[in-house]
Ligand binder design. Structure first.
Ligand code: HEC
Length: 211
């Protein structure tokens, strides 16, 4: 490229210097020297031009280098931006995951509590069922003398306890237990109620009252 420029500039100079000069045979030597001088001049100018061109090329190269540098900087900044965006997205995703995890945790807690509630409800129902079975079982011991529906006079002696109030039944049963209640055959009843606790007495009283 450089060579091509130099060659063309020199050739152009030579062509301009040598072309269309009138021939003077008398002063051939002088003319020749003059021509040589002219040629030298032309060559000098050409060299100067080449020098100029070299300078231009140098400046052009410097400009391109500067542009490349600027582009590099741009690309660098762009990469930095993208990296920052990626970082931000990562943070977002992280927070989203944390939220979801928390929701799952909350849901787990809710489910746990729900299960606990259901378990407790089942337990209560079981307890209730057990209590109701117990009272039936407990009353079965009384039914022989008082009748399945508490409708009999036990051993032909007691009052018919069907339809009694809960409080009255409780008072009688506790009374048989501590000896503060009863007639001639209270000994029979004492034997029946000695093993009963307060809760069982209440359950029995409620049961008999409902018959
Ligand atoms: C062996 C028969 C027999 C059995 C079993 C029996 N009782 Fe009696 N019960 C009697 C007799 C007899 C009396 C009356 C006692 C007296 O003289 O006070 C009586 C009295 C009572 C009275 C008071 C009624 C009144 O006349 O003042 C109640 C209440 C009673 N029984 C509840 C029960 C309950 C509850 C059971 C079961 C845990 C039970 N009895 C089991 C024979 C029985």
């Amino acid at each position: 490229m450089k060579k091509l420029i130099i060659t063309s500039v020199v050739a152009a100079g030579l062509f301009t210097a040598c072309g269309n000069k009138p021939e003077d045979t008398k002063h051939e030597t002088t003319t020749h020297e003059q021509k040589v001088q002219e040629h030298k001049e032309v060559v000098k100018k050409a060299v100067e031009k080449v020098q100029e061109h070299k300078e231009i090329v140098k400046q052009e190269v410097a400009k391109v280098a500067q542009k490349v540098e600027a582009k590099k900087e741009e690309v660098k900044q762009e990469v930095a931006k993208v990296a920052q965006k990626v970082e931000a997205k990562k943070e977002e995703v992280k927070q989203e995951v944390a939220k979801v995890a928390q929701t799952v945790e909350t849901k787990k807690e809710e489910v746990k509590q729900e299960v606990a509630k259901v378990t407790q409800a089942v337990e209560t129902k079981k307890e209730e069922a057990k209590a109701s079975i117990d009272v039936n079982k407990l009353y079965a011991a009384c039914a022989g003398c008082h009748g399945m529906n508490a409708e009999k006079k036990a051993l032909g002696q007691s009052a018919v306890i069907k339809g009694w109030e809960v409080a009255k039944l409780e008072k009688a049963l506790h009374g048989y237990k501590d000896g503060s209640y009863g007639g001639a055959m209270k000994g029979v009843m004492k034997g029946q109620v000695m093993k009963l606790d307060d809760a069982q007495i209440t359950a029995l009283a409620k049961h008999i009252s409902s018959l």
